[in-house]
Design a protein around this ligand. Sequence first.
Ligand SMILES: [Zn+2]
Length: 219
Amino acid sequence: MLGISKYKKLKKLSDKQTSALVASATKAVSTGGGKTIDVIYCHCCNLPVFEDDAFIGQTEDSADAKILCGLCYYPRNLDMVRFSDSGTLIFAPDLTQTQVSSLALVMYYAKSLASESQDMMDLISDVEDLILRRSEVLNTGICHGASTPSIVCQFMYMMDESDYEERGKLFDSVRLFPSEKLASRQLAYLSTNVLKKYHPDKWGGFVQAMGKQIKASSI
Ligand SMILES: [Zn+2]
């Protein structure tokens, strides 16, 4: 759920605890020729995390400290992101934050492939329209500015602790759709590994299916 770092409950970890936590998120990955490298994976979305982009934070399911990537950490700590890089808030009760982040990654990737295909660009802009519509729902349904992370962040800062604990009543259906800049580290990794496996021709159908899915569950 969306949050800010002000009322964070997580206790500061000792160096030993921090090392153990990082070790629990690290796996040896083969680079071929019998060699391996250590890669840190996000405890929340399982995507690889670059060392300087790894955060220690919490998710809603437990009070334990976890290693989180930026895309999992920033929505829960909105005040820690540079607002010019943050992205937009959207109404998405049907999607988890991890799903919204994945959607953004796939969109940005497909966009990077689409420069020469008008059909693909059209498909992507249809999906972008649907995302924007979900962002507008917050502005018209709650109040003007409700889709802007910096405004929501200020609002949360003004809440006292008991109101903040109850913020789910207001923000349970709201997710952060990350900007391309915020997603850039994960995107760089996925573009050279996972997503590259799919032939560019497949992306048209994929983006179309994505659009249909969002439209079907749109309000
Ligand atoms: Zn993550």
